[in-house]
Design a protein around this ligand. Structure first.
Ligand code: CP
Length: 294
């Protein structure tokens, strides 16, 4: 059974189909999954949107979520392995969505899972979050007509798994340029995300965000930078004023302090609307991995 961990696990045809199906779900299209799916949710790392979003998507397709939030353990036994947990869950589900604190690779997968596995984010040097990137592309499509030719500015930590997957997807979609507005400390010893070095340019001042069509506030892990550097990267009303009227501002969320509270009143900031629309992308993703694309 197929595992989709990385953006590479989605063909261009898959991406096009997903965008069209998500748009159809937004208009109320009926589920193409028969019988209604049982969707395993193996979330061994914290999540709000991905966990609830796929749970809601399962329900909207007429199916059921089957959540597992910890490995079996007790005071007198070690944790059951992730591979055995996946294998057992796969016997009861049509698809498993995972969020793991480790790479989703052969070390944690059973030899023969009985259903497809879809990553909701993994960790490690090659960690990715492809379903989030597809949600971000859907936002670009709805608000700006697509990624082709657009100027995208990513603010924050370019090592975030959502940034890695998004940059890889944007390059495939013919994005005009990607600037990463960050601080030198978050670049030290790092390669630009996703092997797209020639298309990603690091910048260090908010004046370099001017002309952006799509500003993506990626977030900064707790204690990854000094408080001064967090301040340097925070979106404020003054910094929003330097962006064009047509700029769309978003974030995969959560946002802790990366966006100033006062900035949320700006109608260009559409992170929660995009989070709402993510439901339709997740419905389409479940349909895709369950074979509805034919
Ligand atoms: N965007 C995203 O992955 O959010 P969660 O961590 O809440 O799932």
């Amino acid at each position: 059974m197929r595992t989709r961990r990385s953006m590479d696990d989605f063909s261009d045809a898959d991406v096009a189909w997903l965008m069209d199906r998500a748009a159809a779900h937004r208009e109320g299209s009926a589920s193409r999954v028969v019988p209604p799916p049982v969707v395993g949710l193996l979330f061994l790392e914290t999540s709000l949107r991905t966990r609830l979003g796929f749970s809601a998507a399962a329900a909207r397709l007429g199916g059921w979520p089957l959540p597992v939030f910890e490995q079996r353990h007790s005071a007198i036994s070690m944790d059951e392995s992730v591979a055995h947990t996946v294998r057992a869950l796969s016997g009861y589900c049509d698809v498993i969505v995972t969020r793991l604190p480790v790479p989703l690779n052969s070390d944690v997968l059973p030899l023969r899972p009985r259903c497809p596995i879809l990553s909701g984010g993994d960790r490690g040097p090659a960690g990715e979050h492809p379903t989030q990137a597809l949600i971000d592309l859907f936002a670009l499509r709805n608000d700006l007509g697509g990624a082709a030719g657009r100027s995208v500015v990513v603010v924050g930590d370019p090592r975030m798994r959502s940034v890695v997957s998004l940059c890889r997807l944007l390059v495939r979609q013919g994005v005009g340029e990607i600037r990463v507005l960050t601080v030198p400390g978050l670049l030290a010893g790092r390669q630009p995300p996703g092997g797209v070095a020639d298309r990603v340019r690091a910048v260090f001042d908010w004046s370099d965000a001017a002309g952006a069509d799509f500003l993506y506030v990626a977030g900064i892990p707790h204690e990854a930078v000094s408080l001064e550097d967090r301040d340097r990267l925070r979106l404020t009303p003054e910094r929003l004023a330097g962006l064009g009227e047509g700029c769309v501002v978003t974030s995969p969320l959560p946002v802790i302090d990366e966006i100033d509270e006062e900035s949320w009143a700006d109608p260009r900031l559409r992170a929660f609307e995009h989070s709402d629309d993510a439901l339709f992308v997740r419905m389409a993703l479940l349909e895709l991995v369950l074979g509805a694309a034919g």
